[in-house]
Design a protein around this ligand. Structure first.
Ligand code: CP
Ligand code: NVA
Length: 303
């Protein structure tokens, strides 16, 4: 296991399988009401520059379930908001807590934290990646499909942070990925290059119907990510043909599973009948954030 999780590629295929196995085990134990106190006396600091429902809750509950403690920090309420450097913040926080999870605008904020911290740094979403989300997605895919290799993963919509991690997660697990996005909204160039270097089959196209053909998994995310709000009107126009709806589902395999990291905007990137329909796995996917992050915290923190 690596000492930090900034990118999903910090994990090897073996690390991912081991995390998913632990997560499945913990999920079963939670259902049976079995508690663990493996992280007793351990504290996770959670530093947020952006809003969150799932990431905050799932990490906080994960620490509680494992007998540890978490501290929510809105950066504006800290001295970071008044100009204290990330380097000093990382050094100081490392003297108090056993790990730091950060949700930040710039990915470089996390690399700076990781450079100066002496405790693990976990990416809870940056402009570049959302690796914890993809761990949950992988667990959900494994639960529904029982495998990764050879599956057709189709991403419809913005080539954003979640899309970047999806491309890399597919590369690590042997899924073929096709991204359909409007021109100008392609995924990060270096991410696609890295995925190809890892041996992935990655196609970036502009036709959502073509991308959905024979898909085992259809995934999307909001058209306007946090930080993109000023482009709201333009994005709504540009993304209009990129909705996951029943017409698009007809192109995919009959047992296609639909993923969305949530929050969902029904009527924008996904229609209400699909997100609430029989192919949707979105609430299992959201639940799995808790189980994979518990596995991750155990690997990074348990001594
Ligand atoms: N999917 C996800 O990260 O959700 P939140 O923004 O609510 O944390
Ligand atoms: N791409 C979205 C994901 C939210 C969980 C964002 O960055 O706002």
């Amino acid at each position: 296991m690596p000492s930090h999780l900034l990118s999903i590629t910090d994990l090897s295929y073996e690390d991912i399988i081991s995390l998913l196995d632990t997560a499945s085990d913990l999920k079963g134990k939670r259902t049976r009401g079995k508690a663990s106190s493996s992280l007793k006396n351990k504290t996770l600091a959670m530093l947020f520059e952006k809003s969150s429902t799932r990431t905050r809750l799932s990490f906080e509950v994960a620490m509680t379930d494992l007998g540890g403690h978490s501290i929510y920090l809105n950066y504006k309420d800290t001295q970071i908001g008044r100009g204290e450097s990330m380097a000093d913040t990382a050094r100081v926080m490392s003297r108090y807590v056993h790990a730091i999870m950060g949700r930040v605008y710039k990915h470089e904020t996390l690399t700076e934290l990781a450079k100066y911290a002496t405790v693990p740094i976990i990416n809870g979403l940056s402009d570049l990646e959302h690796p914890c989300q993809l761990l949950a997605d992988l667990l959900t895919i494994r639960e529904y499909k029982g495998k990764f290799k050879g599956l057709n993963f189709s991403w419809i919509g913005d080539g954003n942070n979640v899309c970047n991690s999806a491309i890399l997660a597919c590369a690590l697990t042997g899924m073929k990925i096709t991204v359909a996005c409007p021109e100008g909204y392609e995924p990060n160039y270096d991410v696609v290059l890295k995925a190809k270097e890892l041996g992935a089959v990655v196609n970036v196209i502009h036709d959502p119907m073509k991308a959905a053909k024979n898909a085992d998994i259809l995934s999307t995310d909001v058209w306007v990510s946090m930080g993109d709000e000023e482009e709201y009107d333009q994005r709504l126009r540009d993304f209009k043909p990129y909705q996951i709806n029943s017409k698009l589902l007809e192109q995919a395999k009959h047992d296609v599973m639909v993923l969305h990291c949530l929050p969902a905007h029904r009527g924008e990137e996904i229609s209400a009948d699909v997100v609430d329909g029989p192919n949707s796995a979105v609430f299992d996917q959201a639940e799995n954030r808790l189980h994979v992050q518990k596995a991750l915290l155990l690997k990074l923190l348990a001594t």
